[in-house]
Design a binder for this molecule. Structure first.
Ligand code: C5P
Length: 666
């Protein structure tokens, strides 16, 4: 996705279909580190491709690991416990799953082999605590310098220094379970004797420790556990690559689609592929919470199927310590419930990507909800009177994904409102194509999908303006002229008489048209360049006069009205095709300006052109387009006229976006 400043979700009405989840973030980054510490190669399949894994891969490269792609797999050639680089500065973004385990592993490697490493991240990472882990490592004899505030990254890890491994390693377990995970992943590096790790305080997020133990086992390290209080890494543990690892789908990411099914899958289920009953990840237990709220869920080893059961959903009270990440989704589901929902034992939310209790409370309130919060709990009341809101996402992928479920408010109130997600690209942390995946399985009324029409005469700059506005809003773009151009080209190639409207219209349904990445394909042939030729434009305006041809192309154009919205350019977008468009723009640049622009365009492509004859051509086409009886080129009554003769593209785009903003309820 482009970095658009906001994404508007129109009211959504239903859901059905199948999604394949991206790989689990927790498993991906653990596997990468374990593969890096092992000797030899590990082929990692279905690895999550996201910001958090990208920073881990960059770090491993900087440390001298071999990292390359083989087909869809990522291959790691591990260090086998021996440092190849003794100095590195590692930037770890906002990835806790990279920061904590790398800190532990590099501190131990620096101590035993001598090295100096710096680990840092984005500003928020420097506010996320790591002091308990640093204390535990210092207790072992590691040399760690605070480079910013004590107890927070950035840090310098240096050595050599002498480690004292006879006494138990003690670490707090009640702030983040990642401190314990980090030690468990790293201590086998130095396990000449049994190493005992003791947890201080009640261990939170235990299922994440189970993932850590299961993956250590796959890499040859059998940690012994005494309840959740102590863990023993056996003497002479050695990381052994299993050769190949498959990463499960991300169970936390599944929660949005489980929620989606519970809210909106009334006819057919939402099928989620990549996690299921045999999943390692604790967050699959989110399905129990969703079921308690009313969802009907079927499970297979690596799939889930979810439909709506109880409706409205049922309010619940739940200790969410075991599903800290997925539980955020419950707070938005709670808006559709019959009573209050209270989530308890979620203090860890306050030290995640953002203070998630504060963030969810503030944004739910913007929708109109009544929300109470405490140090480690949140309570959300059902919502009847929904407000259109721009949701701040705090650079937190989960906030953005959760709030997409607020777009179903039309299922509980007649006055359906859209939802604006600010900075939607933050989903790239774990689910880069989340919104595209969502749009693939949700149902909207066509009338709810916003359309901006940009009409105007030849060479008025419609196409460029439409593309730029589409990019800024994340909307699809319809270049309707291309359809007339294709029809004209195909008719000419078929040897048809272009004045015979019936004959030209008859070939339209036979055209095997495909649009992708700004290219147009006719059958196997990429005809994009042919379509842009001046000669094809003339063919287009000849076939475009026939009502039969216009009718034949009508549905094809309506089909472009897809989520999250459309910018359509042409001659009759605002008058005939999308008369209900929310914003209609009509360009009125003078013929002289347009001829000049077209001239420059052609010259820059190395095509010689004569400005006077260009102008004559333009005027002839304008005349034909204006005077034909079928959909003549005229502004819609409610169109905004834009004379862009003296405007830069940027200024025109800004003007259109300005008009658009004025029409939005946010
Ligand atoms: O916009 P473009 O120059 O590609 O359009 C080529 C021709 O197709 C126009 O001159 C016009 O005759 C026809 N057209 C149309 N209605 C549209 C788009 C294009 O009649 N919506």
């Amino acid at each position: 996705m482009f970095k658009i400043p906001f994404l508007d979700l129109p009211p959504l009405r239903g859901a059905a279909g199948a999604v394949r989840l991206p790989g689990s973030k927790s498993i991906s980054n653990r596997v990468l580190l374990l593969a890096a510490l092992s000797e030899g190669k590990t082929v990692v399949r279905d690895l999550l491709a996201s910001d958090d894994t990208a920073v881990m891969l960059d770090a491993l490269r900087a440390l001298g690991c071999g990292v390359w792609n083989e087909g869809d797999a990522v291959v790691i050639d591990g260090l086998g416990g021996r440092l190849r680089a003794r100095e590195a500065k590692l930037f770890l973004g906002n990835a806790g799953t990279a920061m904590r385990p790398l800190t532990a592993a590099l501190a131990l490697l620096a101590a035993t082999q001598g090295a100096s490493f710096e680990v840092s991240g984005v500003a928020r990472m420097h506010e996320r605590p790591i002091g308990d882990l640093v204390d535990a490592l210092r207790g072992l004899g590691c040399e760690i310098d605070d480079l910013g505030n004590a107890g927070y990254p950035p840090l310098r890890l240096r050595g050599p220094s002498t480690l004292a491994l006879d006494a138990p390693v003690r670490v707090r377990g009640d702030v983040s379970s990642q401190f314990l995970t980090a030690l468990l992943l790293a201590l086998p590096l130095v396990a000449e004797h049994d190493i005992r790790v003791e947890v201080i305080g009640e261990l939170i997020s235990k299922p994440y420790i189970e993932i850590t133990l299961a993956l250590l086992e796959r890499f040859g390290i059998a940690v012994k556990r005494e309840g959740w209080e102590a863990f023993i890494i056996p003497a002479a543990s050695r990381y052994r690559s299993p050769g190949e690892v498959f990463v499960e789908g991300d169970a936390s990411s599944a929660s949005y689609f489980v929620g989606l099914g519970a809210i909106a899958a009334t006819d057919a289920p939402i099928r989620i592929e990549g996690v299921g009953s045999e999943s390692l990840q604790g967050d699959v237990r989110f399905i129990e919470a969703a079921a308690a709220m009313g969802a009907q869920i079927k499970t297979g080893p690596n799939w889930l199927e979810v439909r709506r059961g109880a409706w409205p959903l049922k309010g619940i009270t739940l200790d969410c310590n075991h599903i800290p990440d997925a539980a955020m989704t419950l707070t938005v589901m709670a808006l559709y419930a019959d009573g209050a929902t209270t989530l308890t034992n979620i203090a860890s939310w306050r030290v995640k990507e953002t203070d998630r209790i504060a963030a969810m409370a503030a944004e739910l309130r913007k929708l109109g909800a009544t929300v109470d919060e405490g140090p480690d709990w949140i309570r959300v009341e059902p919502l009847k009177d929904w407000k259109a809101a721009a949701i701040h996402t705090y650079d937190d992928h989960r906030v953005a994904m959760c709030f997409s479920l607020a777009a179903f408010n039309g299922l509980v109130t007649d006055a359906a409102v859209p939802v604006r997600i600010l900075e939607p690209h933050c989903v790239a942390k774990t689910f880069p194509d989340y919104f595209e995946t969502l749009f693939g399985v949700v149902i909207a009324n066509a009338a709810d999908v916003p359309v901006i029409t940009i009409d105007g005469p030849t060479a008025s700059g419609k196409g460029t303006l439409a593309d730029e506005v589409g990019k800024a809003l994340g909307f699809g773009v319809l270049d309707s002229g291309a359809l007339y151009r294709v029809a004209g080209l195909a008719a000419r190639r078929a040897g048809l008489n272009l004045d015979d409207g019936d004959a030209v219209a008859a070939i339209v349904p036979t055209l095997q048209l495909r649009f992708g990445d700004g290219h147009v394909f006719l059958g196997q042939e990429d005809v994009s360049a042919r379509l842009r030729a001046e000669a094809t434009g003339l063919l287009a305006s000849q076939v475009a006069v026939h009502p039969q041809v216009r009718k034949a192309l009508h549905q094809l154009q309506l089909d472009f009205r897809r989520l999250p919205g459309l910018v359509a350019d042409g001659r009759d977008m605002g008058t005939a095709i999308f008369p209900d468009a929310s914003l209609k723009v009509f360009l009125i640049a003078s013929a002289a300006t347009r001829a000049e622009r077209r001239h420059k365009q052609l010259i820059s492509k190395g095509i010689s052109a004569n400005i006077d004859s260009l102008r004559e051509d333009l005027e002839a086409r304008d005349e034909r387009d204006k005077n034909r009886s079928a959909s003549p080129l005229v502004p819609a009554q409610d169109a905004q006229l834009l004379d862009n003769s003296a405007l830069t593209i940027e200024a025109s785009v800004d003007q259109v976006l300005d008009w658009w903003q004025q029409r939005r309820p946010f």
